[in-house]
Write a protein that binds this ligand. Structure first.
Ligand SMILES: [Zn+2]
Length: 184
C-alpha cells in the first residue's frame, strides 16, 4: 500500500477538487477518513487470516462495494439528510475509491479485490509507479520506506498539489484581472 501519507494526500486533494475555496473541515476530514479506511483490514493479519482470503489485506475492504458502503457511512455520519448533495456523494465515493486505485498502482504488494464479494480476482494496474510501503520500518526497510515515500511524493503529492493549487491560482488571476479592469 502507499503509506497513510499517500492516502491522506489523495483524500485532501479530492476534497479540494470537490469544493470551491478552502474545503470545510468536515469535508476534508471525512474524505481523508474514506481514503484511509480500507486499510483497517491490515489488522486481520494479526488474527491469522492468510493472504488471498476475502478478509485479508486488499480484499473485501478494498472492493468497489466497500467503497460505496464507506462513502454511505461517511454521508450518514457527516451530513444531515438535507445537506447531502450529489457533490458530497461524489467527493466521498471518489475518496473511498481512490484507495483501491492507488493500491493497485503500487509495486510490490498483492492485487486489489475490486469485485469482492462477486469475484476473488485480484487486480493490479499495468503501470505501478508507487513502491509499496514496508512494515515494520527498520534497517534496510527504512531505506525502502524513504524510497517508497519519494515515489508517493512524486506520483501522489505533486498531482495533489496541482489539484489544490491550480483552481485557486486561476481564481486569483481572474480576480486580479477583474480588479485591474475596474481600476481607472
Ligand atoms: Zn490498502
Amino acid at each position: 500500500m502507499p503509506s497513510i501519507l499517500g492516502h491522506t494526500l489523495a483524500g485532501l486533494s479530492i476534497s479540494a477538487a470537490c469544493t470551491q475555496g478552502r474545503p470545510p473541515r468536515r469535508i476534508w476530514v471525512l474524505a481523508v477518513a474514506c481514503a484511509v479506511a480500507p486499510d483497517l483490514d491490515w489488522f486481520t493479519g494479526l488474527f491469522g487470516i492468510q493472504d488471498g482470503h476475502s478478509l485479508s489485506h486488499r480484499g473485501m475492504s478494498h472492493s468497489l462495494l466497500a467503497a460505496l458502503l464507506i462513502a454511505a457511512l461517511a454521508m450518514l455520519i457527516g451530513f444531515r439528510s438535507q445537506l447531502r448533495s450529489p457533490r458530497h456523494w461524489a467527493c466521498m465515493l471518489s475518496a473511498a475509491f481512490s484507495h483501491g486505485l492507488l493500491d493497485a498502482c503500487t509495486f510490490g504488494g498483492t492485487g486489489v479485490a475490486f469485485l469482492e464479494p462477486f469475484s476473488k480476482a485480484r487486480f493490479v494496474c499495468l503501470w505501478q509507479p508507487i513502491f509499496v510501503s514496508p512494515i515494520p520500518m527498520s534497517g534496510r526497510l527504512l531505506d525502502w520506506l524513504l524510497f517508497s515515500l519519494g515515489t508517493e511524493i512524486l506520483w501522489i503529492g505533486l498531482p495533489a498539489c496541482l489539484v489544490f493549487i491550480a483552481p485557486r491560482a486561476i481564481e486569483w488571476f481572474r480576480l486580479r484581472g477583474k480588479r485591474s479592469e475596474e481600476t481607472p
